[in-house]
Write a protein that binds this ligand. Structure first.
Ligand code: 4NP
Length: 155
């Protein structure tokens, strides 16, 4: 199973989501992230994202920004977007129905989530901490869902 996390810049929300989900899933899952924009190609995650993840025992400092590309629709089984603008930007690029089916608002997985993950870029470290908690909660639900699907397949 290959999962792609998508936000706008690929330096705040999606690298955090990538690190958090990877820390919860078995190693045979592939988790990656990308931005709808190319502003931060090859750049490290935002210092505040690195710091907040580090405080929770997750190292995202080696990740580098990249833009979403059409071949990601072939490469990944699930594409989780952080907000409605990301959703529109990715849906605009779908080539066929099976691409569209892979794209989901990440917060739709968790009934306790807010209805999107807000962009913390112009916020404070507390906003990054809040987003960490939201992503941690939804990634726990996603992990439980995959575990259930897996045990059903192996039954
Ligand atoms: P992200 O946050 O989409 O969570 O990575 C942003 C990062 C950079 C910019 C916007 C949002 N920017 O405009 O450069």
């Amino acid at each position: 199973m290959k999962i792609l996390m998508v936000c706008l810049g690929n330096i705040c929300r999606s690298p955090m989501a990538e690190g958090i989900l990877r820390s919860k899933l078995p190693e045979d899952f592939v988790v990656d992230s990308a931005g709808t924009a190319n502003y931060h190609e090859n750049q490290k995650p935002d210092k505040r994202a690195i710091e907040v993840c580090k405080n929770h025992g997750i190292d995202i400092s080696t990740l580098r920004g990249r833009q979403f590309k059409l071949s990601d629709f072939d490469e990944f089984d699930r594409i989780y977007v952080m907000d409605h603008a990301n959703y529109s930007d990715i849906i605009y690029q779908v080539r066929k129905e099976s691409d569209k089916k892979k794209v989901k608002l990440i917060t739709a997985e968790d009934t306790n989530s807010p209805n999107h993950i807000s962009d913390p870029y112009y916020g404070e470290i507390e906003d990054f901490e809040k987003i960490y908690r939201q992503l941690d909660s939804v990634c726990t639900v996603i992990t439980e869902k995959f575990a259930k699907e897996n045990s059903l397949q192996n039954a």
